[in-house]
Design a protein. Structure first.
Length: 280
């Protein structure tokens, strides 16, 4: 018999597995994902955490304290929409009035208060000009502000193109009133110089002096009216040398115009703040 071992008696030694080193990735590059055997799904990387966003406070209509655009008082509930502004019921009643009579009353009230402010402004301008012998621009701003504020007050804070024109006209009349005394004095001096008479000779050796013939009261009134009309042209008679004076007057007119801007063309309402704030 042969000495060869039986197949089931063979004993083979299995070599131990050898670990192979995995090369490290280069700096700055992502680590490679090992491949999976066919038929197995590839690993899905975990999603990045969402950034945390802090909630910001939201300002809504209910968070604000709406005020009336005319009187600046807080509105409790009812309000009216006037263009892009809101007004309270009291100002709505004052602005709209009741028919043509209320509109006429507002016009005359604005004209009266604006005229009084124009007279005051002219007196201030004349006094400053006589005291300093200068045309000070800040005084022009003051005159324009006084007249514009007076018209705005008389109109019940209504504003608009009609009241802007009224304020500009009254401001320029204040400018004319400021120059009227100067024109009047020149007219009276010329009249007295051209109508002077020679006094009757007195005692021997006494000097003969001319006597000025003053204008009559009625003629003085005529001179005053003519002086006021002529004062309307004074700022432009000395152009271009008086360009600074014209600029100062333009500043005063712009100030009066600006104060009466923002007229109310249409009013809608009434609306309720409580209804706007009610949850849906």
């Amino acid at each position: 018999m042969s000495d060869a071992p039986e197949p089931y008696d063979l004993d083979f030694e299995t070599p131990a597995p050898v670990a192979r080193p995995v090369p490290a990735p280069a700096p700055g590059l992502p680590r490679p994902v090992p491949a999976r055997a066919p038929g197995f799904p590839q690993p899905v990387p975990a999603p990045a955490p969402a950034p945390v966003v802090m909630a910001q406070p939201v300002t809504t209509f209910s968070d604000r304290k709406p005020t009336c655009a005319a009187c600046n008082q807080a509105i409790a509930d009812a309000y009216y929409s006037a263009g892009k502004k809101i007004i309270c019921p009291q100002c709505h009643a004052q602005i709209t009035g009741s028919g043509a009579g209320a509109t006429t009353l507002r016009i005359f009230k604005a004209l009266g208060i604006g005229a009084a402010a124009a007279i005051l402004g002219a007196a201030i301008w004349l006094g400053v000009r006589r005291a300093t012998h200068l045309e000070i621009g800040y005084v022009a701003l003051l005159v324009g502000f006084l007249v514009g504020a007076g018209v705005r007050m008389g109109s019940g804070n209504r504003g608009g193109i009609a009241y802007q024109i009224m304020a500009v006209v009254l401001t320029y009349l204040a400018v004319a009133a400021n120059y009227t005394p100067d024109v009047y004095n020149v007219m009276v001096e010329k009249y007295e110089a051209s109508h002077s008479v020679v006094a009757v000779a007195g005692p021997a050796g006494s000097a003969v002096q001319p006597v000025a013939n003053e204008p009559s009261p009625a003629l003085k009134i005529v001179f005053l009216v003519i002086s006021f009309i002529g004062a309307l042209l004074v700022p432009f008679l000395s152009l271009p040398g008086n360009i600074i004076g014209v600029v100062i007057i333009a500043i005063a007119l712009w100030e009066a115009w600006k104060i009466n801007a923002g007229g109310i063309s249409s009013i809608a309402g009434p609306f309720s703040l409580r209804a706007a704030r009610a949850p849906v």
